[in-house]
Design a protein around this ligand. Sequence first.
Ligand code: ADP
Ligand code: MG
Length: 503
Amino acid sequence: MLDLAHEPPKPKVIAGARHDWELVIGMEVHAQVASKAKLFSGASTEFGAEPNSNVAFVDAAMPGMLPVVNEYCIAQAVRTGLGLKAAINLRSAFDRKNYFYPDLPQGYQISQLYHPLVGEGEVLVDIAPGVARRVRIERIHVEQDAGKSIHDMDPAMSFVDLNRTGVALMEIVSRPDIRGPEEAAAYLTKLRQIMRYLGTCEGNMQSGNLRADVNVSVCRPGAYEKFMETGDPSHLGTRCEIKNMNSMRFIQQAIDYEARRQIALLEEGGEVVQETRLYDPDRGETRSMRSKEEAHDYRYFPDPDLLPLELEQAWVDDIAAGLPELPDAKKARFVTDYGLTEYDAGVLTAEVAAADYFEQVAEGRDGKQAANWVINELFGRLKKDERDITESPVSPAQLGAVIDLITGGDISGKIAKDLFEIVYTEGGDPAEIVEARGMKQVTDTAAIEAEVDKVIAANPAQVEKAKDNPKLAGWFVGQVMKATGGKANPKAVNEIVAAKLGL
Ligand code: ADP
Ligand code: MG
């Protein structure tokens, strides 16, 4: 179980500086809503489509076009909020955030500043087995994505692709409760996992499904505790925001660099200036992009094209009733029901498809044994081929059958691994393969005795030595196993060897 009665995990302390400094991180995560259509139009959200082929008139901001909110996108954001144990605001509203981008034809983004759809929630971030950091969620608001400017296709011209314009995003804003680079990555991993369980965001970072703005500040030990006691953010250091990160590795590198930059500045008697920075992965450093803009710079105002969004409690309750079992609950259940370690339960529940696979294998079998096979053999083998669980050539029924053959004493654990490889590469019914290829374990004691006699007769010197040193019996066992192609029942071989050598 997640033991939150523990003292909270220690924050990351940066070494090498004159004083001790702690890190404080808050993240604004942009998660693309999993939906076939955009937030305010029926245009498709398909990734990788022909440029400008998924653009409705309203996305292109043609005069007189009016946005109509997509109920499914709102339901998805509500589902996400419920999955993060957050308050759902029955009344929310859309605002215009005005700015110019060539790929934003409206000249503003429809977002939610004053009345977001989702209020306060939390995420338990797994730090180590049994240790979690509670990261508070401040809010989730729903907004439109912008299009894409393409600058590298032509030496003289830039192009604009509006396919992404108007796609629904959820902006998930955390409190500054994340205390180190690894925790930042773990936080994003956990958010992604929860949303994938919920089916509300695919979380594909390469295709930009999930992007994060990372706010970083440093403070002296004790300051964060004062902030938590009083709620007064002036106890914290001045932060910088690193924009648009879409790689777990770069997020960690950027935070580490940024923290060291700020500490060096402060220790030289300088000051951190609040600003927006960009991470350059080639140089491994963050660079100033612009001074921090404030809400008033965007001239936010309520969007007159859209009525406030009013939800009925019964509609929200319906969504709540349909939520799937979420990662923390599933993991805890795997520990208690199948007797797994926290670690193994964590590995098996990382993806819901893997968890389902495991449960089918474990059904009516030993949970630990099923977990070992799924994690060590199956995952290991899939990883070698860079396949994920949904592409597994071995079905849960086939893997279950392999395990049954071990449990039933038909094959040894070692032969089972060969059998697994055959099923993985060639397919087929494991029991039939064992039968057809003569892989059955020899439990027939007469046959084993005959093999043991042969080995003893052929190695009289070894026999003499073994009588003085019983440990050498293992050598005889090995010889018999070799002679039988690993098919002899090892327990029977051990017993017979010991008896024949008179040990
Ligand atoms: P703004 O309104 O200027 O965008 P917010 O209060 O909404 O600022 O915070 C934006 C993000 O910055 C949040 O994720 C929050 O947790 C984070 N944040 C705020 N203060 C700090 C700080 N001192 N250090 C690190 N992150 C911070
Ligand atoms: Mg903000």
